[in-house]
Ligand binder design. Sequence first.
Ligand SMILES: Cc1cc2nc3c(=O)[nH]c(=O)nc-3n(C[C@H](O)[C@H](O)[C@H](O)COP(=O)(O)O)c2cc1C
Length: 187
Amino acid sequence: MKVLFVDGTIIGSKTGAMLDTVEEYVKEASGDFQIERMNLADYDHQFVDGRPSEQYNEDMQKMVRKFEEADAYIIATPIFQGSIPGVLKNAFDLLHPHAMRYKPVSIVANGGTYQHHLVPEFQLKPILDYFRCLVTPNFVYTHSGHFDQDNRIIDEDVHNRLRELARVFAKYTEMSQDLSKDVLDAN
Ligand SMILES: Cc1cc2nc3c(=O)[nH]c(=O)nc-3n(C[C@H](O)[C@H](O)[C@H](O)COP(=O)(O)O)c2cc1C
C-alpha cells in the first residue's frame, strides 16, 4: 500500500514537522505502508490554466503521477488567509477527478492561532469530497502554541489525536482494499 505524505506548502516548517510525527504513528499503526513524501516546496509550480497535460513542465507531470500512483494520502496544510495555500489548491486543480477516487485521506493542519481550526473541515474536506476520497473522520489541527522552538510538537493531546488519526487511517486503508476503484459513472 503506497501512502503519499503531502506537505502542502512552500513556506514554513511546522507543516513538515507535523508530517514527521504522523509518519511515526502511521508506521506504528501498520507495517504495511510504503511511505513517500511529496514536499510541494521541492517542485517547480506552474499555474493550472487548462493547457493539455503534456505541456506542463516535468515537475507538474511528476506531481500528477505521484498522486495517481498512491493508494492513500496524508495531506498536511498550513492555514493561509483563512484557507489552504494556493499552491496546494493549484496541485488539486491539476488532477483528474478520478485520481484519488475511493482512496483514504487524513488531514493534518496548522495555523497561527485556534481561530481557523475549522478550515480543514470547511475548505479542504469539500475538495476531497469532490474527488470522492475516503476522508477519515479524524483530522488534527495545531497552532503555534503546540510546538516548541525547534518545531517539535509538545502538546500531549495533539500526540494522542495524531495516534488516533493514524489508527483510523490504517483501518480505512484496509477497508479501501475491497472497494473497486473502477468507475461506472463518468462524472
Ligand atoms: C500568507 C500567510 C497567511 C496566513 N494566514 C493565516 C490565517 O489566516 N490563519 C491562521 O491561523 N494562520 C495564518 N498564518 C500562519 C500560518 O498558518 C503559520 O505560519 C503556519 O501554521 C506554519 O507555521 P510556520 O510558518 O512556523 O511553519 C498565515 C501565514 C502566512 C505566511
